[in-house]
Design a protein around this ligand. Structure first.
Ligand code: ADP
Ligand code: MG
Length: 309
């Protein structure tokens, strides 16, 4: 099997509103593939279609070599899904939640005990098996929800904003688990708003307004998306100068970035001019993923060439 997931013009309309439009992506087995994009971009809708929970309006996909429109039930048996509002029972204990999901997935008794033990360990919940889920902090709950989603040994897991609302330490821990799952050959689809997490994906797709804007490795996106020279500009009254800087003919873009401005010049020969006119200090920098996504979001707005429908 060349691809764990392959889509052809996958589209979802709600009434006459198009939430996901003509998406074509290929995900390799064992890859960690990030879906990035603003709220309402269509990430959850796309995931729900790939999980067989929402029927596409048009287009199709193959998941684990199976046809999404024909073999929906077989696909469901081979995947795990952790939804944005993940489905733990708060009035059950840690172990009872895992027991419940192992029942849902029909985990054979022989292997169940060992499987439950593994999941408790992965979630770092050893010794807390009998605690009520209600009292767990969000990091533990997320790892427990992940445990419930992978208890059936899925070949693909879909994680919809798994780390929103948890501490940086828990986020890091969660991504370490994701990486070890991928090393075992599990394909991971994950949505995130965090650039450090995007950076740790093998490939990322940027989606906005239902359209695929870019899909590539983090390194390729950083090297290829920005056309021109990115400089970090330090100057006084940065905010007040933005609109004036944006108007300069040799400027492609200007964004506030903490205490600095990140400015994309048509090429590096304009650095002196920029420093003179702003009385600032400019330094060439390597773009971060955040620079890339700001640029992509703006390209989309400026162009807005995507047809509605
Ligand atoms: N069941 C639905 N009926 C109508 N519109 C929907 C439905 N589900 C999602 N949408 C709309 O589709 C768009 C994409 O939503 P969603 O996939 O949840 O985006 P994301 O997960 O990227 O935030 C949004 O504008 C949302 O309001
Ligand atoms: Mg969503």
């Amino acid at each position: 099997m060349e691809y764990a997931i392959s889509t052809q013009n996958l589209t979802k309309r709600f009434g006459n509103f198009t939430a996901v439009r003509n998406i074509n992506i290929q995900v390799k087995p064992g890859e960690i593939y990030g879906f990035l994009g603003p709220n309402g971009a269509g990430k959850t809708t796309l995931i729900k279609m790939l999980c067989g929970l929402l029927e596409p309006t048009s287009g199709n996909a193959q998941v684990l070599g199976m046809d999404l429109s024909q073999e929906t039930e077989a696909i469901k048996n081979r995947i795990g899904y952790m939804s944005q509002k993940y489905s733990l029972y708060e009035d059950l204990t840690v172990m009872e939640n895992l027991e419940f999901y192992s029942g849902v997935y029909g985990i054979p008794l022989k292997t169940k005990k060992e499987k439950l033990r593994q999941m408790v360990k992965m979630a770092d919940l050893c010794g807390r098996e009998n605690d009520l889920t209600y009292g767990l902090s969000s990091g533990f709950r997320q790892r427990l929800a992940l445990g419930c989603a992978i208890i059936s040994n899925p070949s693909i897991i879909f994680l919809d904003e798994p780390t929103s609302g948890v501490s940086p330490t828990s986020r890091r821990m969660f991504f370490e688990i994701i990486h070890s799952l991928a090393e075992e050959g599990i394909t991971v689809i994950v949505t995130t708003h965090f650039m450090d997490e995007a950076e740790r994906c093998n490939k990322i797709m940027f989606i906005s307004g239902g359209n695929l804007i870019a899909a590539d490795t983090p390194a390729n996106l950083k090297n290829n998306v920005l056309e021109g020279t990115l400089v970090q500009l330090s100057l006084d009254h940065a905010m007040e100068q933005i609109s004036r800087i944006e108007q300069l003919p040799y400027i492609k873009e200007c964004n506030i970035h903490g205490a600095f401005l990140h400015v994309i010049l048509k090429n590096e020969s304009y650095i002196d001019k920029l420093e003179k006119i702003t009385r600032g200090h400019a330094k060439i920098i390597t773009p971060s993923l955040e620079d890339v996504f700001l640029a992509l979001s703006k390209q989309k707005k400026a162009g807005d060439s995507f047809e509605q429908n």
